[in-house]
Design a protein around this ligand. Structure first.
Ligand code: AHR
Length: 660
């Protein structure tokens, strides 16, 4: 039976391959071709503490006491917290749900202080592996308190080191009964990488405590509820053309109840619906859809939200990548509401500030639209009947209501196979504009597959390579990716977008390797792969110029370990040449620059090279860095590039005309 199905599939594949070949438009290699202006972007997923404990600048862990064993079997509402009675105070502490700040945020602490002792009674939070604080800097503290009995209560919040030495503090007095938000500024006088926050109440009384929060005053672009400035800046420095969020598997979730619902992640943080993270920790969703859109705008990246296609991850309830039986569909009677949620997202992003969802965007401080252009539906889902039925519903509704939105469909988790074929077939039937291909492979795979898109049918859906990476962070890995990326540029008419994945990971909390950027509480470590991505994104063009670079040497060596590309950015007129050499020998060649109008005398040369096994790690953060210099140009520019290198030449101010 299996054999028969296999044969039918093969026949269908051959028939389809024939169709692809005959319907294909030929690319005229002599002429420049338009390529995607959005080719290289980034993929953000709250994986490996990328959001909470990562890009989201909140320093308090479990600020709302919502951690639970569902997140992680060792966790509960008091994780990262300690009951503080150091000054011999006495009372009781309990986790309550009877009268919360908001029903979406059910847990809070109830302190019943019977004797305040010498120092007071309260709570201590240890942050994410400690809180890094800097002398001379201010920190924004806030808390919701509900004084249930007792007079106005004196409260002290202090940052302390491991031995209890005070690094900075602030005091205030509660003013009335009922939940109220108190905000304070804490000025810090000493550097410390692993501070704790202590909140002490020095009076008898009964008080509810929730949403204990501490942010550095200086966040990225100084937004409130903002992002960690150093990490955000390293991401911004890639100069990505787009940013995909919030995942990955996180998007379609571990079971239907765990599907990422964008509406749960907007509005006042104390009213957002927190939930388990599929990667076995917790999502405070403090970094939610508003913050994602805002970050995209801040770094000049087009937002690419990806929503679940009405189904949960096929690996739900099982071991990661094993199983494949856990996909469940949102019940059909709930699907029209789900489809409406998808449409509402478009209104939230693009609708007028007077529309229902645009009003909420405006209330968050952004009356102008976010100019949403792309929308992903589904994440490498198993292409089943359950999936297809729901995908079609969402696709048809969005396509009808918003023909201006470029919908990205999904074709499974691998570069080929059953879901890949079925996903493409569905995309053909619906004429989906773009499909999302994913692959994590050995570096050799990338070197062998540089011709992958040469034969793609230009009349079918375009491609977004939403997730890809070679398995490793060595220079050789990064160069295999670079060689492959030159082929994405030459195929930039069919490959519209590509994003390396995953983007960032906190050292000590990585659920997935490799990543593009590693970080700890105080430092950020870009990998060699990062510098390759940065060179391609920052030096991209919207026009591919074929036939400029000719490599000399053995064809088999060139074909298997090297890649070149030449693009022009029409906005600046700059022409950019790239020569990626993942081989162990120097390569030479010539670039014919004679067609560039007013060729300048010099250009910027950037080279990434070194030992193929070298990596940037927390011990050797600068093992391989791009080196920049200025070179003289000639109409026929002869070059030699080192073994294991990426060379980028940016010819600026050339006022380069289109090649005739
Ligand atoms: O990037 C890590 C994971 O890999 C993503 O969450 C998933 O989509 C893919 O399988």
């Amino acid at each position: 039976m299996m054999r028969k199905i296999g044969c039918i599939a093969l026949l269908l594949m051959l028939a389809f391959a024939g169709f692809r070949a005959s319907a294909q438009q030929k690319t005229d290699v002599a002429k420049p071709k338009e390529i995607s202006p959005d080719l290289f972007g980034i993929f953000f997923e709250d994986l490996s503490y990328a959001a909470d404990g990562g890009l989201y600048a909140e320093l308090i862990q479990n600020r709302s006491f919502e951690y639970s064993p569902a997140d992680n079997r060792d966790w509960n509402s008091m994780t990262a917290w300690k009951y503080e009675t150091d000054g011999f105070g006495y009372g009781t502490i309990s986790v309550e749900t009877a009268a919360p700040v908001h029903p979406n945020n059910p847990h809070y602490i109830l302190l019943d202080i019977q004797d305040e002792g010498q120092k007071g009674v309260g709570l201590e939070n240890s942050g994410f592996d400690g809180m890094p604080v800097k002398a001379g800097k201010n920190y924004s503290f806030s808390v919701f308190l509900n004084v249930m009995s007792g007079q106005s209560l004196p409260v002290k919040v202090a940052l302390v080191d491991r031995k209890g030495k005070e690094l900075g503090s602030s005091s205030f007095t509660t003013s009335n009964k009922g939940w109220k938000k108190y905000t304070e500024q804490i000025h810090v006088n000493f550097d410390n990488d692993s501070a704790k926050l202590v909140l002490l109440i020095k009076a008898k009384g009964k008080v509810g405590i929730d949403m204990v929060s501490l942010f550095p005053e200086e966040t990225f672009k100084n937004h409130k509820n903002g992002l960690r400035a150093d990490l955000a800046q390293v991401i911004a420095d890639i100069k990505p053309k787009f940013m995909r969020f919030p995942g990955g598997c996180l998007t379609h979730g571990d079971g239907i109840a765990n599907i990422y619902r964008w509406k749960n992640t907007i509005g006042p943080v104390e009213q957002r619906v927190e939930q388990r993270n599929i990667w076995n920790y917790h999502q405070s969703v403090g970094l939610g859809y508003f913050e994602y859109f805002q970050f995209c705008e801040d770094i000049g990246a087009k937002p690419v939200p990806v929503l679940a296609a009405g189904v949960s991850c096929q690996n739900s309830g099982g071991t990661w990548r094993i199983g494949g039986t856990g996909q469940k569909g949102i019940p059909m009677e709930e699907m029209s509401a789900y489809v409406q949620d998808v449409l509402d997202l478009i209104e939230y992003a693009n609708g007028p500030a007077t529309s229902i969802w645009g009003t909420k965007r405006a209330a968050a401080g952004h009356p102008a639209p976010f100019n949403l252009e792309y929308l992903g539906i589904g994440n490498e889902d198993k292409i089943t009947g359950i999936f297809e039925e729901r995908f079609r519903m969402i696709y048809d509704a969005v396509h009808k209501a918003h023909p201006e939105i470029k919908i990205i469909g999904t074709v499974g988790p691998s570069p080929n196979g059953e879901d890949f074929d079925k996903g493409w077939k569905l995309a053909d039937q619906l004429s989906v504009g773009i499909v999302d291909e994913h692959y994590y492979e050995k570096p050799q795979w990338f070197l062998k597959n540089t011709a992958r898109y040469d034969s793609y049918n230009r009349l079918r859906s375009k491609v977004y390579i939403g997730e890809y990476a070679s398995w490793g962070n060595t220079l050789f890995n990064a160069l295999a990716e670079a060689v492959y990326m030159t082929s994405l540029e030459s195929n930039g008419d069919v490959v519209r977008m590509a994003s390396y994945a995953p983007l960032i990971a906190r050292i000590g909390h990585t659920s997935w390797n490799p990543n593009l950027i590693y970080f700890n509480g105080t430092k950020v470590f870009p990998t060699v792969n990062y510098y390759v991505q940065q060179q391609f994104a920052a030096n991209s063009g919207n026009e591919y110029l074929p036939g400029i670079i000719k490599l000399k040497g053995e064809k088999t060596v060139i074909d298997t370990t090297a890649g070149t590309s030449s693009v022009r950015d029409s906005a600046t007129g700059d022409v950019i040449l790239k020569i990626a050499n993942a081989g162990n020998a120097t390569l030479s060649g010539e670039a014919d620059l004679s067609k560039i109008n007013k060729l300048p005398k010099s250009a910027t040369l950037i080279v990434i090279s070194g030992d193929p096994g070298a990596k940037n790690s927390s011990d050797t953060p600068q093992a391989v860095l791009p080196q920049s210099s200025v070179i003289k140009l000639k109409k026929k520019w002869a070059f030699t590039v080192p073994a294991y290198s990426l060379t980028v030449v940016r010819i600026s101010g050339a006022n380069a005309e289109k090649r005739k």
